[in-house]
Design a protein around this ligand. Structure first.
Ligand SMILES: O=C(O)[C@@H](CO)OP(=O)(O)O
Ligand SMILES: [Mn+2]
Ligand SMILES: [Mn+2]
Length: 565
């Protein structure tokens, strides 16, 4: 995989007309989040749920339904053992090209040692060379979605070899990209590494933590209180729970039968006298070691912005802060970073708008940036506000999604329906979140309810497409709800020591379906049969064709062909 696809520099933005497909049809692009394809079994919620609309698509037109890859190298991840995720999935869907993603870029920078030669590392290094503490804040996980444990280990080693004498790690427990309960093992492994550093004379400790969904890692400004809890624990050294060690913290906090890693309350580690061991002080260095942006950019704002007003920070230490990556290229945030993010250019969204395609995009808050920011190559805002409208439906706040598994699926569908019927838009693009967000809770019953709601939402959108003589493209960004069991190599569900099947809260390696149809689709359109390995990046060219344009030649090939009927 190249770190960048062939550049299209200097090329015109004008798209050639498709020789056989007309312009001017309304195209609805529906992304079902976390909706993969897997054999039917009791842990496949999509199969169990009543989903008549989606079931009918394959049956009605098998030549317009297929599977595409949504994980691993097909979406720019380091290996084919990496599950898909929303960031890389929507990047590939929107960009039509495969870019080496953050995880891969960090691996390369660590392998070559270049990470330590860049401006970002030199900037933070100055703090610890001047006696400051180095703080590392991020998700403790080997899920490879937001962060990776092996990268944290290398950073600890690399920084200590380059002068960091006092290191404090602030850990966010996962249980979403990895098994619930694995926080204990990760903390044990980290403690081993820190003990080895202490033997070498580095004062290295875990200082605070909490569960990723409750502490620090909110996204799209859904709930700033989540970030405030993190600020209080990591920066101020204040939290309702105080422990002598992080291992004791995660073990004790998990004793509550309702506790889990994702929603672990915030905690700080204190010394014998009850004093926090690692609040952030003037002169310290801070690195957020997640490579993925969406759930770090809010904390980055709090760490960097002078005039921040989303919550009372109480104390705003003078620090040197760097992200593992830059999380927002438009905002240039953080202004210092260790590895440059992928530069995703010439996305289909930008091409289509520049060719006059009027675009509407909508989702609820927790997925809003997916169909806008990620879709557009990690770019915020409109390309042309006269031609685009992005609408966000507020997500429920403060309740887990298994309590409200229908989420805002119907509200999103109603907005999409209205946008389609208005005839003000040529592309109406939505993300329906249920399969993913409810799938992450591990609650099978609720996930089934969520999948049914997603199907009902799709029906509303397809009915509107029918009314205007339009076209639909229905696909997903990666798997989740189709498999809720952790399995052995042969595919058999794994059981814990009490004989209970281990719940899989994470995404999967499964392919996702794509279906096209609608009365506006020319009769001879069908999926090509020569692209067995196609993936999400092939969708952009397909959508361009359905809008009546040829795709640029540096795009991954279209999935469709037109045959005489
Ligand atoms: O919730 C998230 O942050 C990730 C899982 O870590 O899910 P998605 O990629 O679907 O957004
Ligand atoms: Mn997703
Ligand atoms: Mn997800």
């Amino acid at each position: 995989m190249a770190t960048r696809p062939p550049a299209a520099e200097g090329k015109s933005w004008e798209l050639a007309a498709h020789p056989r497909l007309p312009k001017g049809k309304t195209v609805a692009v529906v992304v079902l989040d976390g909706w993969g394809e897997a054999p039917p079994d009791p842990f496949n919620c999509i199969h169990i749920a009543d989903t008549p609309t989606l079931d009918a698509l394959n049956k009605a037109a098998p030549e317009r339904w297929r599977l595409i890859k949504a994980h691993g190298t097909a979406v720019g991840l380091p290996t084919d053992d990496d599950m898909g995720n929303s960031e890389v999935g929507h990047n590939a869907l929107g960009a039509g090209q495969i870019y080496a993603q953050g995880a891969k870029l960090v691996d390369l920078a660590l392998d070559s040692g270049k990470i330590y030669e860049g401006e970002g590392f030199k900037y933070i290094q100055q703090s610890f060379l001047d006696g400051g503490t180095l703080h590392l804040i991020g998700l403790l996980s080997d899920g490879g979605v937001h962060s990776r444990f092996d990268q944290l280990q290398l950073l600890l080693k690399g920084a200590s070899e380059r002068g960091a004498k006092r290191i404090r790690v602030h850990v966010l427990t996962d249980g979403r990209d990895v098994l619930d309960g694995s926080s204990v093992r990760f903390v044990e492994m980290l403690e081993d590494d820190l003990a080895r550093l202490r033997e070498k004379g580095v004062d290295a400790r875990i200082a605070s933590g909490g569960g990723r969904m409750y502490v620090t890692m909110d996204r799209y400004e859904n709930d700033w209180q989540v970030v405030k809890r993190g600020w209080d624990a990591h920066v101020l050294g204040e939290a309702p729970h105080k422990f002598k060690s992080a291992l004791e913290a995660v073990k004790k906090l998990r004793e509550d039968p309702k506790a889990n890693d994702q929603y672990m309350p915030p905690f700080v580690i204190v010394d014998e006298s009850g004093k926090p061991v690692g609040p952030v002080q003037d002169g310290d260095a801070v690195v957020t070691f997640n490579f993925r942006a969406d759930r770090m950019v809010m904390l980055a704002k709090a760490l960097e912005y002078e005039g921040f007003d989303k919550f009372d920070r109480v104390r705003f230490p003078r620090i040197r802060y760097a992200g593992l990556l830059q999380y927002d290229g438009e905002l240039k945030l953080p202004s210092h970073y260790l590895v440059a993010p992928p530069e995703i250019e010439r996305t289909s969204g930008e091409y289509l708008v520049r060719n006059g395609v009027r675009t509407y995009a909508c989702s609820e808050t927790v997925k809003f940036g997916h169909v806008t920011f990620f879709w557009n190559g990690n770019r915020s805002g409109y390309f042309n506000q006269d031609l685009e409208k992005y609408e966000e439906i507020p997500s429920d706040i403060g309740i887990p999604f298994n309590v409200q598994p229908k989420m805002k699926a119907l509200e999103i569908a109603h907005k999409a329906r209205d946008a389609i019927l208005s005839r003000n838009f040529d592309q109406v693009r939505v993300n329906i979140a249920n399969g993913d967000m409810v799938g992450h809770t591990g609650d099978i019953e609720a996930t089934i309810v969520g999948c049914k709601a997603a199907d009902e939402a799709v029906k509303i959108i397809l009915d509107a497409v029918e009314q205007v003589g339009g076209i639909f493209v229905l696909t997903a960004d990666h798997g989740n709800a189709e498999d809720m069991a952790k399995r052995d190599k042969s595919g058999k569900p794994l059981r814990d020591k009490d004989g209970k099947v281990q719940t899989l809260t994470s995404h999967t390696l499964n392919p996702v379906p794509i279906a096209i149809g609608g009365p506006g689709l020319s009769p001879g359109v069908r999926f090509r049969t020569d692209l067995a390995n196609a993936g999400l990046a092939n969708v952009a060219a397909t959508v361009m064709n359905l809008h009546g344009f040829e795709a640029p030649d540096h795009y991954e090939p279209t999935l469709i062909e037109v045959v005489d009927k």
